[in-house]
Design a protein around this ligand. Sequence first.
Ligand code: SAH
Length: 348
Amino acid sequence: MIAALLHRMQREGSVPVADYMQAAAQQYYARGDVFGAAGDFITAPEISQTFGELIGLWCAVVWQNMGAPASFQLVECGPGRGTLMKDLLRAAARVPGFSAAARVHLVEQSPALREKQRATLSGHTVTWHETVDGVPRGPMILVANEFLDALPIRQFEMTLAGWQERYVAADAAGNLTFVLKPGTPDGAPSAKPGDIFETSPAIAAFVGNVAARISRDGGAALLVDYGHGTTALGDTLQAVKRHKPCGIFETPGEADLTAHVDFAAVRAAAKGARVWGPMAQGTWLSGLGIKLRGLQLAKGKDAATAQAIESGIRRLTEADAMGALFKVMALTHPSLAMPEGFQQDGSP
Ligand code: SAH
């Protein structure tokens, strides 16, 4: 993984940022123990069970709008520890017929995380796939939380001589550094020297694939991630280790590398599907009744537990926590009714 990439770097002089990100992510997620308070970062399903529960009910309503097919592919990409899927299945099981119809597919490349997911989802029949292409045909409901942000990006820099692409190279002392090579991005806004622009062919390919499947076989996808609704300049590639930002070249393969998702690019890639949002995560969860669900959960619990439930929900919804930076987007077959929590014109 990273070792092979460093060899290639020596041989070829430099490698694209996307290849560095891909190799670092593969090595990083192979460890498996990266989430939660003791790990490097914490995600929405690990903060509050209400997150997966509301997504479960959202899926159940989509399934009903699809005409309640007797069998459909319920897909999660990048399921982490499997917590979201577990909460989703528990909540959606209250809708008669949903559990029996759902064929659960997880798209996960890390063997260590697959083991975690297997343990979390014991009692459910689950099939794993390397990529979404492995999921059998048929109507599908797909969910992905913090999956797109882990997919590789390309970075371009505006120079006095025009756009150049950033590559990663090792300097004389062996430290990783950026170098520039010829390359012009598609769709960049006007920029001045020093500005950075990011694109993600990997996200575009993934979203294009999912949208094509939905338009062919029916269904919907729910994409939750941090990012921006309009295409913009900016260097958003970041590394996080033990809940703190660190340099992206500091410990290759030992920190979580992610980038902000450009939801305008996601929208453009979703050909054949109808696109809803992106909406702010806080607004979307509030519209689905997250506060009420929190009150239900807290009922009869001791004060400390009730407070933990409430503070988890605040973290997911408040604008200065995860409520505004995180966005929710849905792709649906054009024949489907408006999905829960979104607005009629399809935009925020
Ligand atoms: N959705 C989970 C985990 C988010 S972390 C949560 O919310 O807690 C990112 C997840 O995507 C991990 O499961 C990681 O192994 C997976 N992943 C990252 N890059 C991937 C890729 N290229 N293909 C498949 N899975 C990938």
